[in-house]
Write a protein that binds this ligand. Structure first.
Ligand SMILES: Cc1ncc(COP(=O)(O)O)c(C=O)c1O
Ligand SMILES: [Zn+2]
Length: 411
């Protein structure tokens, strides 16, 4: 049995059973999973976690899923790389890259879907669905295949070829909506009311959101059971960002790490930066925008958790960065060329956001910092293709090689 006990409204604290519901019917606040903290405290130790599988399921005691229903694609426990080359370029002392490109469908969305699909199975659903900017649809399609469930994924019509293929290969039903993600989300919210489908980020969103906490659990464990002083993460709906911080806080509550102050910095692309813009304008009133950026995975104009992301920034002494598309491409190249990690555009946003936050003094270059790289680069190949090294064509002879090599300016 999991240690999850009920759902509670973030605004009015009203309690609800662990059902497929995501909003409080009293005040419309979002619902969040609550746990039996006493049971967790008495059972969970560092040793128990370390003896678990090398996946997010080593933190099963902290997740709202019962053993019998786990959909297991071996998600998580991705590398935490010490990034000394990149740190040197940025003038930093201790920088780490959490490399979530290494997940089964190459993004952190496998974490949230692993939890949501397992809970959906437990709740008796046979169909997994989602409103997606691309990566979520990939993770839902992969997990549905693994679980023997039906998948119906909804995406905006103008996604990158790599993101569409990244779902299609698992043979889901893909619905391409003629509109932006926000149109997709509106349609799916209506559908969630009249179809018996588990929309992972709508009616089962409370369970989905819990999955992102595993990023904090892993980072803390990989750092030798301590939290970093600063984190930089990309924001679309803002859910990931808030849950990373919540994950570190919970580890402190359960005595698994010492007390730590963690500054949270969220990054968005300037072409879709409703949260960063509200932060810069010193307001919690988020104005929806019409996205126009190459960072399509982050192109949510009306972010569901934006308000809570702003509260997390304020509470932690953090902030927000907003970067141009050119900076996103530079960020992808910089990470690849200094550390050998090929990120998608969201990772470019993180690295460019990190650089901006250092320049503006939001991040202290002398404090330990983790940058979250949440998706793999081959899915957004179009964004970087015009900017990368071209092969030198040669015949298979020494003479041809020497000639062409020199002609290309090499020696
Ligand atoms: C690669 C990647 N990183 C980050 C995010 C941001 O997620 P959230 O909506 O939880 O802010 C997304 C969302 O789709 C994503 O695909
Ligand atoms: Zn409420």
């Amino acid at each position: 049995m999991s240690n999850a006990t009920h759902l509670a409204c973030r605004e009015c604290s009203r309690e609800f059973p662990l059902d497929p519901i995501n909003v409080c019917d009293f005040c419309f606040g979002p619902l969040e999973v609550q746990y039996d903290q006493g049971a967790i405290r008495s059972r969970v130790t560092r040793e128990r976690i370390e003896a678990g599988p090398r996946s997010i399921w080593r933190y099963k005691d902290l997740l709202p899923v019962d053993d019998d229903y786990i959909v297991d694609l071996n998600v998580g426990f991705t590398p935490l790389l010490r990034a000394d080359n990149l740190a040197r370029k940025l003038g930093m002392r201790e920088l780490w890259i959490k490399n979530d490109t290494c997940n089964p469908s190459w993004s952190f969305k496998d974490r949230v879907v692993a939890v949501a699909s397992s809970r959906a199975r437990q709740l008796g659903f046979e169909t997994l669905a989602c409103a997606s900017t691309g990566n979520l649809a990939n993770a839902v399609s992969a997990h549905a295949a693994r679980a023997g469930m039906r998948a119906v994924v909804f995406i905006p019509h103008d996604l990158e070829a790599g993101k569409v293929l990244g779902s299609a290969i698992y043979h889901p039903t893909i619905v391409a909506v003629n509109g932006s993600y926000d149109d997709v989300n509106r349609l799916c919210s209506e559908l969630a009311d009249n179809r018996h489908w588990a929309f992972v980020n709508i009616n089962v969103r409370p369970y989905y959101a819990e999955g992102s906490r595993t990023l904090a659990f892993e980072v803390a464990e990989q750092l030798g059971w301590r939290a970093p002083r600063q984190c930089v993460a990309p924001m679309a709906s803002g859910s990931l960002f808030t849950k990373i911080h919540k994950g570190f806080e919970e580890l402190q509550t359960y005595g698994l790490i010492d007390h730590a102050e963690i500054r949270m910095i969220g990054a968005q692309a300037a072409g879709c930066s409703p949260i960063a813009t509200a932060w810069q304008n010193n307001t919690t009133n988020i104005r929806p925008v019409k996205p126009d950026t190459i960072a399509k995975s982050l192109a949510i104009g009306n972010p569901a958790d934006g308000y809570y992301a702003l509260k997390t920034m304020a509470a932690t002494g953090g902030g927000a960065a907003s970067v141009s598309d050119a900076e996103v491409v530079e960020g992808i190249q910089l990470l690849a060329q200094t550390e050998g990690v090929f990120a998608e555009t969201a990772g470019g946003v993180t690295i460019a956001g990190l650089r901006q936050a250092i320049q503006r003094g939001t991040i202290d270059p002398n404090e330990s910092t983790v940058a979250f790289i949440t998706g793999g680069g081959l899915k957004t190949a179009d964004a970087v293709e015009p900017h990368v090294t071209r092969p030198i064509p040669v015949e298979g002879t020494l003479q041809s090689f020497e000639h062409a090599f020199a002609a290309a300016g090499h020696n």
